[in-house]
Design a protein around this ligand. Structure first.
Ligand code: FAD
Ligand code: GLY
Length: 367
């Protein structure tokens, strides 16, 4: 295996794999280094919602980015199937956000003004589209009819496998322990047993990015936020669309499987599943969809979301360091934002200017 590359990417979650795929398409020689296995952390814990309208209330920049990224999925899914043979299970099933209070209804009305592909559903409309939802506990809802979902684990693996088919190298079970620096220029990375050289290094280490970057003397504000999920299977279809509320969401997957998520526990890297977490999620989900009580419990799991001290991810070069960039902090929307992030980072490596909204604010970021 060669030890010199155009680009080394640290972390093979959905973000690192998407960047590796886009760079490989542009014929760059890429090495992706992962401390465990591909997609073994947040990226396979995710529910896979492409929920442009679920969590971006009030941030027009992020909403626009999310719309762009979501609309890349149809073409990406076709490409990945062709190159890797993996079906990422893209479904354009839409999402309903029931308004559980008048205040929530008011907030949702604001989203209606910001985005074009959402509409308002009265209580009767919601009941007509999803007759098994319980009635009388909402005031109608927002219908994001173009939102959808994918299998997050399959997306990550398909990106990784496609990158390899296009020439990328992946090294699993290999933690990066430090960077090779020549003054302020990053010229590669060190693992326990090897040293690898490259023109550029990109850190895509999810919730671990701040710890990794500390090795290059750089502080970014990273906050881990654990999330628990549970899946059930039913004998018949319970809902066709994703149902999203503040307390829980229900995502229909192929074959009458339903994924119920997710809790939020900040400041922890612990990924154990608590009985209380699952009790809370299932209780809220059964309130929304009573037939869920008869579904068969399948499995539960947890993952750690990468949050930052702002609502935007960090996607850009590190100020004061040459040839070292980062793509992290996608928090609750890394699956949705992965296609766009891959392209932005490939543009950055190709010296194409990227949208400054994602970049760093020097005065806050430099140590
Ligand atoms: P990760 O997937 O965590 O990948 C980072 C990788 O870096 C890991 O594999 C890790 O092992 C590796 N790494 C760390 N340190 C090192 C090192 N020193 N050397 C080498 N490798 C290293 N997003 C959506 O868009 N839609 C959803 O429906 C959704 N649902 C979610 C539900 C839950 C329960 C959770 C937890 C998250 C959800 N998300 C969702 C968010 C999404 O999962 C994340 O934003 C996304 O996976 C982040 O991807 P990442 O590649 O940055 O991080
Ligand atoms: N976006 C869903 C979650 O992070 O739980």
């Amino acid at each position: 295996m060669s030890k010199s590359y155009d680009v080394i990417i640290v972390g093979a979650g959905v973000i690192g794999c998407s960047i590796a795929y886009q760079l490989s398409k542009r014929k760059k020689k890429v090495l992706l280094i992962e401390k465990n296995k591909i997609g073994g952390e947040a990226s396979s814990a995710a529910a896979g919602m492409l929920g442009v309208h679920s969590e971006f209330i009030g941030d027009q920049n992020l909403l626009n980015a999310a719309l762009r990224s979501r609309d890349m999925f149809t073409e990406l899914s076709r490409e990945l199937k062709e190159i890797s043979g993996i079906d990422i299970e893209l479904s354009h099933n839409g999402m309903i956000k029931p308004a559980c209070s008048e205040i929530e209804k008011g907030q949702m009305m604001k989203i209606l003004q910001l985005s074009t592909d959402v509409e308002w559903l009265s209580e009767e409309d919601v009941a007509r589209l999803e007759p098994k939802l319980s009635k009388g506990n909402h005031h109608g809802g927002l219908y994001a009819y173009r939102d959808g979902n994918v299998s997050a684990g399959k997306l990550t693996r398909a990106l990784a496998k496609s990158a390899v088919k296009l020439g990328a190298y992946i090294q699993e079970y290999t933690p990066v322990i430090s960077f090779l620096m020549e003054r302020n220029r990053c010229i590669g990375v060190k693992t326990l047993h090897e040293t690898y050289h490259s023109q550029e290094v990109i850190v895509a280490g999810g919730a671990w990015s701040s710890k990794i970057l500390r090795g290059a003397g750089f502080e970014i504000c990273g906050l881990p936020v654990k999330g628990e999920c549970v899946s059930v299977s039913a004998c018949k279809q319970l809902v066709e669309r994703t149902i999203f509320t503040k307390e829980c969401y229900i995502v229909p997957k192929r074959g009458n499987h339903y994924l119920v998520g997710a809790t939020e526990h900040p400041h922890t890297f612990d990924s154990k599943v608590s009985a209380g977490g699952i009790h809370h999620l299932l209780g809220k989900a059964i309130d929304l969809l009573p037939d869920l009580a008869f579904a068969r419990l399948e499995k539960s799991w947890a993952g750690v979301r990468p949050k930052t001290d702002r609502f935007l991810p960090y996607i850009g070069r590190l100020p004061g360091r040459e040839c070292l960039a980062v793509a992290t902090g996608h928090y609750r929307n890394g699956i949705l934002l992965a296609p766009l992030t891959g392209i932005l980072m490939a543009d950055l490596i190709d010296s194409i200017e990227i949208d400054p909204i994602f970049g760093f604010h020097h005065e806050r970021m430099l140590k």
